[in-house]
Design a binder for this molecule. Sequence first.
Ligand code: AMP
Length: 401
Amino acid sequence: MNYNKKTVTDIDVKGKKVLLRCDFNVPMAKDGSGKITDDKRIRAALPTIQYLLDQGAAVIACSHMGKPKGEWKPELSLAPVAARLAELLGKEVIMAKDIVGEDAQAKAAALQGGQILLLENLRYDKGETKNNPDFAKALADLAGADGVYVSDAFGTVHRAHASTAGVAAYLPAVSGYLIQKELEIIGGALAAPKRPLVAILGGSKVSSKIGVINNLLEIADTVIIGGGMAYTFSAAKGGKIGDSLLEADWMDYANEMVEKAAAKGVKLLLPVDTVCADAFSPDANTQVVESGMIPDGWQGLDIGPKTVELYCAAVADAGTVIWNGPMGVFEFDKFAVGTKAVAEALSKTEAITIIGGGDSAAAVQQLGYADKMTHISTGGGASLEFMEGKELPGVAALLDK
Ligand code: AMP
């Protein structure tokens, strides 16, 4: 895919102040120690930061962390990120005590080329998620009259917030390397895939993946459904699903998707068997039954062994595989078998493998297969919306080439 937005290399940043939106929303230890448990997102931002610093730009980095909803929650401070970023860059990262207040203004004004400043959590201000123009202007003003805005937070490009879209009204706006890479790889796989293109979709709900299923049926050769959402498809066919997850309102839609696949000549693979449990619990009793034959009082929590074989075979011959969403309740070991098997199959295939963010990315990483994949997206929601064919506001706001 030709990426048609301007990037950092299309604009002169030498000696300028650059407002850089990153996605530093990293997972933190739950014990309040301020320990970052996975710094992948910080590492993913390094190429753009390093390029800007090497060019002699003064970098004013910003990000959100969690959902403080306008409240100043100390446990969601970006100070631990500043410390980790400093280690990774091997240079000082100046931390602002606020976002667009006195401290940030003074530190931004004094910032020299080659230095980096990190603002506090953008979502400490309600104006961020509301895309408030005054807040966006205040952020832009930190970069001064000849400032530049660089967006590299792929994880939030599907949101029209002050720092992801609003600021582009006040500063020349271009993307960094991460957004470019994500859009070129995922966009390339959708626009001109090496075939056959196999899409594997899992997770809990049909309702959250409807747009993706619908759009991928236009593009893919095979669409594989697993996880909790498979039971709505099964029930829609008249199967017995016991206490499994069901979205009754989406049964007609499930049938429409089956019809659409048939009409388009796309293989739509649904589970042929299921591991069911007598409770939603890590140590529930289990049995394997054929799909559509789940007894009352039991619920499907993973794909069964025949389904694992079927799905892994489909992946083995693929040219490209896109995977988003677990095959079962992988948080419980007993029901992680299907998800692990798919991750392993992807690690072995010659295909181009693209892992949507979130649970599937976490599963691949935990199992140690990360370096066997072509691309692991840093944005779960963003990659899903991109695969739905939706416009991403944080990309639309950037200057065209
Ligand atoms: P999502 O947030 O929609 O991507 O779904 C991820 C969640 O789906 C994970 O927390 C899984 O535990 C859950 N999930 C996957 N399969 C099932 C299932 N068969 N029953 C209930 N939850 C499931």
